[in-house]
Design a protein around this ligand. Structure first.
Ligand SMILES: Nc1ncnc2c1ncn2[C@@H]1O[C@H](COP(=O)(O)OP(=O)(O)OP(=O)(O)O)[C@@H](O)[C@H]1O
Ligand SMILES: [Mg+2]
Length: 440
């Protein structure tokens, strides 16, 4: 395993990534000052919520896209263009549909000018390793999703890279197939004849990270940055039922639901100021928030988050935004891996429909600046109406196009639920709600 004296295989030095904003007014920061190293012999998991920049970081380390600032060292040398020490397994498999399994697997070797005989021998070995012996001449569309991803693995294995990169390699597969393939990959690693020295896997699945990794690097969002890392000090093969396994999963849940536990330096400059004017709303429907609160209140107002995820059959990526939204609105707080419903949250969950809307309205105006801004603007306009584009133009200064739209949609959903305003999606007009007009 890694020691301080070992030279890292890959080093990210102060990596930043900006994308231009659609309005041409400045940039959107996706990655801020990312530093990390991958050492020989380790499996590192990069864990972060959707949108925290995991795929972007992986692509930069693989040399598929350039960093806006900072540099990537591979085997001690700054990379320019594709990183030759890396092979990648993609979430979407990314196979060539018109090529056979064997042709897909040989592609990278061909590009490197490896002679035909050697190419064939290496491809056959890789195909064998992923259990696809006999499927060499099949086409991707003839294979199940799980088998297609096996081809994805073989195509990366055949390169014998220093570091194997995987971007959510199991998340497009159904649960059982994913579990199977994950187990096999884990076993290959444990047997010691893995066709790469190290592995960097991107995931938003906490259990997957704890099952596979020696270190879990936790990324924070807005902009993406390294918050810290958790060493997974579990023997292999790993036992999901081990107490230490559960402790580590619980601990990482706590870290991920508690943004104040941040380790990295705070954001600075213009971007940080901007981000604060309209802090991102988690994209969750108001109905989902009240559903979750009712459920936790039924269970005594406090519940272990991994347990909750398990009994709701939800992944972290689905559950955490709901918890975020409940926390943002002051309905819940997170402590030591538990969600705890606040007094306001109890009042909200136990109220009749009318009072619950009233409570939601009050909390949204207090805690969701975007909802408040929309409401205030509509109140101040004489007609109490406004075009959606007016707000989208404002949001475009803070978020990329897609995200601006999603922020707007979420604010519309919350505001409607709170009966603060109404939205005519066909005409793209917002108007103050009837209730609000009457009280104005
Ligand atoms: N080419 C691009 N232009 C503008 N914005 C981009 C571009 N690529 C990514 N982004 C933005 O960067 C942010 C991070 O995206 P990225 O795909 O790296 O996140 P992720 O952590 O991999 O998310 P997921 O878990 O959903 O895969 C997102 O807000 C995304 O909209
Ligand atoms: Mg991604």
């Amino acid at each position: 395993m890694m020691t301080p004296n070992t030279t890292p295989l890959i080093v990210a030095e102060n990596i930043q990534k900006f994308f231009p904003l659609p309005e041409g007014s400045g940039t959107f920061t996706v990655l801020q000052d990312v530093n990390l190293s991958i050492y020989p012999g380790e499996v590192v998991a990069l864990l972060g919520r959707s949108g925290s920049g995991k795929s972007t970081l992986l692509r930069i380390l693989a040399g598929l896209i350039p960093a806006s600032a900072g540099r990537v060292l591979s085997s001690g040398k700054a990379i320019e263009g594709a990183n030759p020490d890396v092979a990648m397994v993609f979430q979407s498999f990314a196979l060539l549909p018109w090529a056979t399994v064997q042709e897909n697997v040989e592609l990278g070797l061909k590009a490197r000018g490896v002679p035909r005989a050697e190419r064939t021998a290496r491809a056959l070995k890789a195909i064998d390793m992923v259990g696809l012996d006999g499927f060499e001449s099949a086409y991707p569309k003839e294979l199940s999703g799980g088998m297609q991803q096996r081809v994805g693995f073989a195509r990366a294995f055949v390169m014998q890279p220093n570091v194997l990169f995987m971007d959510e390699p199991f998340s497009a597969l159904d649960v059982l197939t994913a579990e199977n393939l994950r187990g096999e990959i884990g076993m290959l690693w444990e047997q010691g004849n893995f066709p790469a020295k190290s592995v960097l896997i991107v995931t938003h699945n906490i259990e997957e990270a704890v099952l596979l990794a020696d270190r879990v690097i936790v990324l924070g969002a807005n902009p993406g940055h390294v918050r810290g890392e958790v060493v997974i000090d579990l023997p292999r093969p790993r036992e999901r039922n081990a107490a230490r396994f559960k402790t580590l999963v619980d601990y990482i849940y706590t870290v991920m639901t508690n943004p104040t536990a941040e380790v990295a330096s705070p954001t600075s400059g213009v971007d940080a100021e901007k981000a604060h004017r309209f802090p991102p709303l988690p994209h969750v429907r108001a109905g989902g928030i009240s559903g979750l609160l009712e459920m936790v209140v039924e269970r005594g107002g406090k519940e272990d988050i991994p347990q909750l995820a398990h009994s709701l059959n939800l992944g972290a990526d689905d559950l955490l935004p709901i918890i975020d939204a409940a926390t943002l609105l002051g309905f819940a707080k997170v402590e030591a891996g538990d969600i705890i419903v606040t007094d306001v949250g109890h009042a909200f969950a136990n109220a009749d429909i009318l009072s619950s809307k009233e409570i939601f309205r009050q909390q949204a105006l207090l805690n969701a600046p975007l909802v408040k801004t929309i409401h205030q603007t509509l109140q101040e306009k004489e007609s109490h109406e406004m075009r959606a584009d007016f707000f989208l133009d404002i949001l475009d200064e803070y978020y990329p196009d897609d995200e601006a739209n999603r922020q707007f949609e979420t604010a519309v959903d919350w505001g409607r639920y709170a009966e603060l305003y109404e939205y005519d999606a066909a005409e793209r007009w917002l108007s103050l709600s009837v209730v609000e007009k009457a009280s104005n």
